[in-house]
Design a protein around this ligand. Structure first.
Ligand code: H79
Length: 609
């Protein structure tokens, strides 16, 4: 077994899905400078997962706008906005989502309906909301057509419990918003809670008014949920996406909703919460948990829904507003990790947006008006986070988002092996910045004072798309290694993913060319015990995995762990590192299977005495 002398990771973004490592070449440099390159190209394979529903076949053309636009406005608005966190003198607990008030305080259906009767947002102005989104730099808008309380915020013929028929307002805000979006060039989309319904006797979630034993869920699906979704897909123009929530009970039911969307609007995207959280992902992209932020590395389309304070629907008790700086930094962090930011406002009962939200979004919009080139159409950066900030990528252009201005006027970029043609401030292309190279770092000299104290963007024109040194996982002298998705390098169809119940994991690998590798910097030579942690449903029990370090190979069967995301830890054998140095460890399917190898979580290497 020979430690690798020097390993370079070449990441050429593919034109189709640049944020994933679709084309990864490992170049092992030796003297003389001759490289052995293994190029693995992603080929889309049709997965046959037996009885199991596979992920929706995502059409890259359909995803193009989502991948480009990055930033959307989420709007939570309904009868709960009028309660604003309080009912009959009772307040919802601090940090509770105000749109959950009916469930949290077990408000009887009759009384909640009575309050909904009085909902009259006379100051609602669709253009004002849409123009706010546009001025912020947001490109799509997702509004609650029906939240879990069951009240339709549009003119539904399915149930009179809707804003036109049930309130003095009598207008259809979704129609007005759809029209306003059309005028402004914003993609109109709806949130529809397809499983939860606290108003319907057969819907999910209300066990204070209704006896769960007497519920007929299929009645709810056939008589309310699907017909309402059909209305939304028919009467409100082309929808960018439908944002489902709280996961449907079974994959079969979820597939019926997906089919309904596609049958009426084939281009409409579906978010990742359409299906059961305990099953394989359905929908076109993955959603993080509410307000969630991945540590990094996701290799498929994703989005995170986040809110400006701590509630989604308006609460008069919640004044914990995020600052414009925090919003800009999150936007950059999300985009640098290849995701989309769906940022929520909770308008008040009269239809106006809380002033602090407007003030923050206007500031974000001012930043976007100068810097949006470094956001739209960019891809995940393979460079790590730096003490001064983060990076986004567009082809051969690297955007340095500087959050902390360096006292010594020097931005240091480590890990980037490219040549740099030129550097300038994004807002002032004529002002070139000196670039130098020192000890493998690229140094950019910046002006004394920080032009934009929240995020100053510097544009680096590179000789080609970023080529980044691999990250070596290191060990403290006598401890072992923990290897997971964060430091893994995938190739072929192996993908780093997120599932609400399954957490961060690696899946989609079905054949030996779908590999997962780590680069280790071993300081303590010797024998190590390997443990592997994964989940595998029983249908995958014919699988075997191979673990290699140099010429040393371990082969083990994949043992079923029970349910879909029920992880378990297994011994995988021992491995010898004969001397300290750098090694590559690789994990892959032994053969081609008609299912994933496993949902992989981690490998641990424990030194043996
Ligand atoms: O629409 C927003 C939330 O209302 C919705 N998703 C975002 C976009 C959501 N649905 N379910 N959940 C969030 C998770 C539910 C968490 C709960 Fe609770 C914990 C429900 C009851 C306890 C949160 C905390 C709500 C009340 C307390």
């Amino acid at each position: 077994m020979r430690p690798y002398p020097l390993i370079r990771l070449l990441c050429e973004p593919s034109p189709i899905r640049p944020t994933s490592f679709d084309n990864v070449a490992f170049i092992v440099h030796s003297r003389p400078f001759i490289a052995a390159a293994i190029l693995t190209t992603l080929s889309s394979i049709a997965l046959t997962l037996g009885q199991t529903p596979g992920p929706a076949a995502t059409n890259p053309d359909r995803m193009a706008w989502f991948r480009h636009d990055k930033f959307g406005m989420f709007i939570h608005w309904g009868p709960y906005s009028a309660l604003a966190g309080e009912w009959n003198g009772q307040q919802i607990p601090p940090h509770t989502e105000a749109e959950w008030i009916m469930q949290r305080l077990n408000i009887p259906v009759k009384e909640y309906r009575e309050r909904a009767h009085q909902f009259n947002p006379t100051n609602f102005n669709a253009d004002a909301w849409v123009n706010l989104a546009k001025a912020t730099g947001m490109k799509y808008l997702v509004v609650t057509a029906k939240h879990h309380d069951g009240f339709a915020m549009y003119h539904s013929k399915v149930s009179e419990y809707n804003i036109v028929d049930w309130t003095p307002f009598k207008r259809d805000p979704l129609k007005e918003l759809s029209d306003a979006c059309q005028r402004a060039g914003i993609r109109f989309s709806v949130y529809y809670s397809h499983r939860e319904d606290w108003d319907d006797p057969n819907g999910f979630g209300n066990n204070w008014d209704y006896d769960p034993a007497k519920k007929d869920f299929s009645q709810y699906l056939e008589n309310k949920s699907k017909p309402q979704l059909r209305e939304l897909l028919t009467n409100y123009g082309p929808l960018g996406l439908v944002w489902f929530d709280r996961g449907m009970d079974t994959p079969k039911h979820a597939a019926e909703f997906a089919d309904l969307v596609h049958s009426l609007q084939p281009q409409c995207l579906i978010n990742g919460r359409i299906g059961s959280y305990k099953q394989e992902l359905m929908g076109d992209y993955q959603d993080m948990t509410d307000n969630g932020m991945p540590s990094g590395g996701l290799e498929e389309d994703w989005e995170t829904p986040q809110t400006l304070n701590t509630t989604w629907g308006y609460s008069k008790f919640d004044q914990e507003w995020k600052t414009p700086g925090v919003v800009i930094h999150r936007l950059v962090e999300i985009v640098s990790k290849g995701g989309n930011y769906l940022l929520n406002i909770g308008p008040m009962a009269d239809g106006t947006v809380p002033q602090p939200s407007i003030a923050t979004l206007n500031e974000v919009g001012r930043w976007m008006s100068r810097n949006s080139e470094s956001i739209y159409g960019t891809t995940a950066s393979t460079l790590r986070e730096f003490p001064w900030g983060r990076t986004t990528v567009k082809g051969s252009t690297l955007y340095l988002h500087v959050f902390s201005w360096p006292a010594d006027r020097t931005i240091r970029l480590s890990g980037l092996t490219n040549g740099v043609n030129s550097a300038h401030l994004l807002v002032d292309p004529s002002h070139k910045l000196p670039v130098a190279s020192q000890d493998g770092n690229i140094l950019v000299t910046v002006p004394v004072s920080m032009p934009d104290t929240r995020d100053t963007v510097i544009v680096l024109d590179l000789d080609r798309p970023p080529v980044v040194d691999p990250v070596f996982v290191t060990q403290d002298s006598d401890t072992g290694f923990e290897l997971n998705y964060l430091t893994a390098v995938t190739s072929g169809n192996a993908k780093k993913r997120f599932n609400r119940d399954g957490g961060f994991h690696i899946a989609k690998w079905t054949a030996p060319e779908d590999t997962v590798s780590w680069f280790l910097s071993v300081s303590s030579a010797g024998k190590y015990a390997i443990k592997i942690r994964y989940a595998a449903p029983k249908e995958w029990k014919d699988g075997q995995y191979i673990l290699t370090v140099g010429s040393h190979e371990l082969k083990n069967p994949v043992k079923p762990t029970g349910d879909w995301y029920q992880y378990a830890t297994f011994d995988a054998g021992t491995i010898l590192f004969p001397k300290a140095g750098q090694y590559k460890l690789e994990l892959k399917p032994a053969e081609k299977y008609s299912h994933y190898l496993m949902y992989f979580e981690s490998l641990t290497l424990e030194p043996l005495e």
